[in-house]
Design a protein around this ligand. Sequence first.
Ligand SMILES: Nc1nc2c(ncn2[C@@H]2O[C@H](COP(=O)(O)OP(=O)(O)O)[C@@H](O)[C@H]2O)c(=O)[nH]1
Ligand SMILES: [Mg+2]
Ligand SMILES: [Zn+2]
Length: 366
Amino acid sequence: MTTLINRKPISDHIEQLRRLGLDDHLESQLELSGILHDNIARVLSVQRNLFLVSNGRDEWLCTPSGRMLHQQQEYPVTGDWVLADDGVVKRVLPRRTFLCRGESGSRGKNKVTVSREQPIAANINAVFIVCGLDRDYNLRRIERYLALVYNCGIKPVVVLTKADLHEYPESFRDEVESIAFGVSVVLTSMIDGSGTDELHSYLGCGQTVAMLGSSGAGKSTLTNLLYGSDIQATAAVSRSVGKGRHTTTVRELIHMPQGGMLMDNPGIREVSFYADGDGVDTVFSDIQELSGLCRFADCSHMREPGCAVLKAVENGELPLSRLESYRKMKREMEYVSARSEKSADRIEKERWKDVTLSIKRMKIRK
Ligand SMILES: Nc1nc2c(ncn2[C@@H]2O[C@H](COP(=O)(O)OP(=O)(O)O)[C@@H](O)[C@H]2O)c(=O)[nH]1
Ligand SMILES: [Mg+2]
Ligand SMILES: [Zn+2]
């Protein structure tokens, strides 16, 4: 079953795949594994048991393989590169990055159990953490998003939307910069399109950017601003035309005129961790640095004498709320699955080997 949605004239196929996000790394892996360009596609969206995939020329709908349905094989997520044979996705190619979080609702009031991962997207180069300069503005939430993105080994960019609501929005940027060391913080406004120039550079050919942020943060508005016209329904539009009209939008990964792909994510209310990494320490590098000055090497910064962290809170250098946020995330991280002994590179290598073996067994059109 092949449902053709859009057929474009055939030109240079690799060039088309590059626009989908094919990079040198994947290119060389394909070559090593003997996979033909004709057999790969990228997942643009996932709807229950149906994937919209593209090979840069055509977009069509695919169903998962039986092995995927029976959970014997990795299930594709948006952004995945897959081996696709007509209407069936045969295999997910090893992921360069995997953006995921703990399952929503697993973070109870006092219990912090994060058991299952919830995938957001695969093969993402950067994440725009989108936060509105209205009621949405929340430093602690930005910290959580930062930790999540760092844990997945992806580059974060903080985008503060609705700058037009304030006379001096720069003060918010300064504040976020003070908690997000070395992270670009960009102010944007849909009124004059300010800030979008800075974001263009992340969306170049071969790049895939995902957006994270609460519902109403301004993600779809930003997508439209960056795109140059209205391709995503925003809250403002949905209200005026009534509900339902835009719910048929299936494409999650959007081809941007800048050359790259952008993923406008559904709002995520809760941010819990899954990927195991040192994201929390990266986000709280100021606390990490202070820890080095504590009297005890294993100081928990709770009540120990000679604690440099507590001292910094006392004399106002470190906000108590920031320390509390750090403690909370640290606790959660302890519940996160045990750190793998293997490096990410090693895991990726083994997966490609696995793919190569299974390809030999697979009947796929040549
Ligand atoms: N004043 C102002 N409002 C904005 C801006 N960006 C988005 N909004 C409004 O915020 C609301 C939510 O925007 P939307 O893009 O749908 O948010 P999403 O849920 O994150 O996709 C809409 O009513 C937008 O008009 C902005 O830069 N300035
Ligand atoms: Mg939206
Ligand atoms: Zn201490």
